[in-house]
Design a binder for this molecule. Structure first.
Ligand code: 6PG
Length: 244
């Protein structure tokens, strides 16, 4: 299924449109299965979305399991923590506590043990494919200037991981170390929402959406979603995207 691309005027209208779409997906998942499994993105872009999502009245948070797409190996009260960002913008503001929030504990030098522990919880609680891959209802992603999604950076072992659902990212040049969901989990999501805003992302968006990828595929171009992939771009990030 080709990616769907929505271009919104600015980061605020992007956040509003993405919040409405997230609400629709989570409502449908809860109505269908009684629960919904949501994985949050980190970084700056999702902040405005999370503030709006907390205020959407149509989500029964008591039925939503909140997971994390990735997390930095910092304390949960560190300004760089994705959990802290999600707590401050979403989790402390939803009308009722979510069914369960699953922070990703990433604690060197035990990163691989932490990855295995998170994978075990994920596989115990989320629906699994016939091959045992967790199938989340909605995975939110941002896009790095180098084309990374979650913490799947170009040329890393985590990006190449095809078996484990969670990988440690502890390679030179990536500070702090991290944990990340791997491509198989992203690809098995029912819905992937990629949120990209700002002129500093225009070049990577243009390259990521180019018809004829040149050179080594970007991590985002390695996505092979079985469900839907929806790009939410603001006009600045979409500056190089051909308009229909
Ligand atoms: C992280 C994110 C990462 C992020 C991109 C974009 O932990 O940093 O998961 O993948 O989404 O780096 O970050 P911005 O939204 O801050 O541009």
């Amino acid at each position: 299924m080709p990616p769907q691309i929505r271009i919104l005027d600015d980061p605020e209208t992007l956040a509003e449109a993405a919040a409405a779409r997230c609400e629709e997906i989570l409502r449908r998942a809860v109505a269908t299965a009684g629960t919904a499994h949501l994985a949050l993105a980190g970084g700056r872009t999702p902040r405005a979305l999370y503030r709006r999502l907390a205020r959407r009245g149509g989500i029964d948070w008591r039925r939503v399991h909140v997971w994390f797409g990735d997390e930095r190996a910092v304390p949960f009260d560190d300004p760089r923590s994705n959990y802290r960002m999600a707590r401050e913008t979403l989790l402390e503001h939803v009308p009722v506590p979510p069914a369960q929030v699953h922070p990703m504990r990433a604690r060197p030098p035990c990163l691989r043990d932490d990855a295995e522990a998170y994978a075990a919880t994920l596989c115990a609680l989320a629906p699994l494919s016939a091959l045992g891959v967790p199938c989340l209802d909605l995975v939110l992603l941002g896009l790095g200037a180098d084309g990374h999604v979650a913490s799947l950076f170009p040329g890393t072992r985590a990006l190449a991981e095809r078996d484990d659902p969670v990988a440690a990212v502890d390679e030179p040049g990536i500070e702090p170390p991290r944990l990340t969901l791997t491509l198989p989990v992203l690809d098995h999501a029912r819905h992937l929402l990629l949120l990209v805003a700002g002129e500093e992302k225009a070049a990577v968006v243009r390259r990521a959406l180019a018809e004829a990828p040149r050179g080594e595929p970007l991590p985002v171009q390695r996505l092979a979603p079985r469900g839907t992939l929806e790009w939410f771009l603001d006009a600045a990030a979409a500056a190089g995207v051909p308009r229909e």
